[in-house]
Ligand binder design. Structure first.
Ligand SMILES: [Fe+2]
Length: 358
């Protein structure tokens, strides 16, 4: 057993002792094999050193990335990803403090400062797409704040996809960042509950939209940002909340933020389920979601998301590895893929599907 400083920890090391935080709450139990996310958690709670088992495998003994690795694997090992991740978490912790002060102490929102933080994260993606970077971060967290930052980054990307001008992209990014700020006023026991919410709890959870608007309404920011907080769970078919508005009553920014926030939630891990593969999410949207969303925004979004994964390696439901070679515009969740031996059109091989991007 050895004592290791947090900055020296590597993924794969195994804890030799339980780690406790305030009020004797167990953070990580003994024998836990550390992941990047757990190391970030230890940093977040300002734990300086931990005891690890000497026999633990470490990153140093893990196989180095090679030409045979998938694109995602190579990206995860890259310096650019390391820098992107560091910048993401550095800004996340500052944003978290700011959000709490805005919600609880009426701190004035400085849009420029928030947007500079988002820009700085985007710049750290270097030549890689932010979308790919975020895909590699899926295991990291399920918190309101990570979701806010992910949504902001995807809103920024989407703004470019639909050719908004710079001011509108900034406003949309801010709308993504602040859309769930009302959750700060919802009890943590409801936010983190892993079982199905009771009808009363669901009503309390849904109130985050109204709380968000209340928190933002007196701030000197774009009105579209405030209305996105209020309306991002409204659906075009009138099944949303808090007002069950129809399509014509929902603002464009709320429609866009709603799509992106749903996509981010489904592709992120939650306490009660693993992250869904983007193609499973696209299938879910295709099967049950299209009427809920604005047709032009949802189709643009799904088409770009599918295209972002061209040339990526995937695992098929039969366990085989394949590469996505072409998207099928009529059926975005079922592209053409290439295995070692053949091309497979997934619209024809309906017993096969994409299980994971690897
Ligand atoms: Fe929400």
């Amino acid at each position: 057993m050895s004592t290791v400083a947090i900055e020296q920890l590597k993924t794969g090391m195994v804890l030799a002792d339980d780690i406790f935080i305030f009020e004797n709450k167990l953070l990580l139990p003994k024998d836990t094999e550390l992941t990047d996310y757990m190391i970030h958690k230890l940093e977040f709670y300002s734990i300086k050193k931990v005891k690890v088992k000497d026999s633990a495998p470490s990153e140093a003994t893990a196989p180095a990335s090679s030409e045979d690795d998938s694109y995602s694997q190579r990206l995860k090992h890259s310096q650019e990803f390391k820098e992107f991740k560091e910048e993401f978490f550095k800004n996340l912790y500052v944003l978290k403090t700011d959000f709490l002060d805005i919600a609880n102490k009426d701190k004035k929102i400085e849009p420029e400062e928030f947007l500079n933080r988002v820009d700085s994260i985007i710049e750290h993606a270097g030549s890689q797409s932010v979308f790919d970077m975020l895909h590699c971060m899926r295991e990291y967290d399920d918190s309101t704040f990570v979701h806010a930052l992910n949504t902001a980054l995807i809103c920024h990307t989407f703004g470019h996809w639909i050719h908004l001008n710079e001011d509108d992209i900034n406003a949309l990014t801010l709308a993504g960042l602040l859309h769930d700020i009302g959750k700060i006023r919802v009890s943590d026991t409801i936010i983190k509950k892993t079982e199905r919410l009771s009808p009363t709890e669901r009503t309390m959870m849904q109130a985050h939209t109204v709380y968000g608007y209340e928190i933002l309404k007196n701030q000197d920011i774009d009105e579209r940002v405030k209305l996105a907080a209020l309306m991002h769970h409204e659906h075009c078919d009138g099944t949303g909340y808090p007002k069950a508005y129809e399509a014509s009553q929902i603002t464009d920014f709320a429609k866009i933020v709603g799509i992106i926030a749903d996509y981010d939630s489904l592709t992120s891990a939650r306490p009660y389920r693993e992250a869904l593969c983007p193609f499973e999410v696209i299938k879910k949207f295709e099967l049950e979601g299209l009427q809920k969303y604005d047709p032009s925004y949802i189709m643009t979004f799904l088409e770009h998301v599918s295209n972002a994964f061209i040339n990526h390696t995937v695992r098929l439901s039969n366990g085989e590895t394949a590469e996505i070679v072409m998207i099928n515009k009529q059926f975005l969740s079922r592209p053409m893929v290439k295995t070692e031996t053949q091309f497979i059109d997934l619209t024809k091989e309906t017993n096969l599907s994409i299980e994971a991007i690897i």
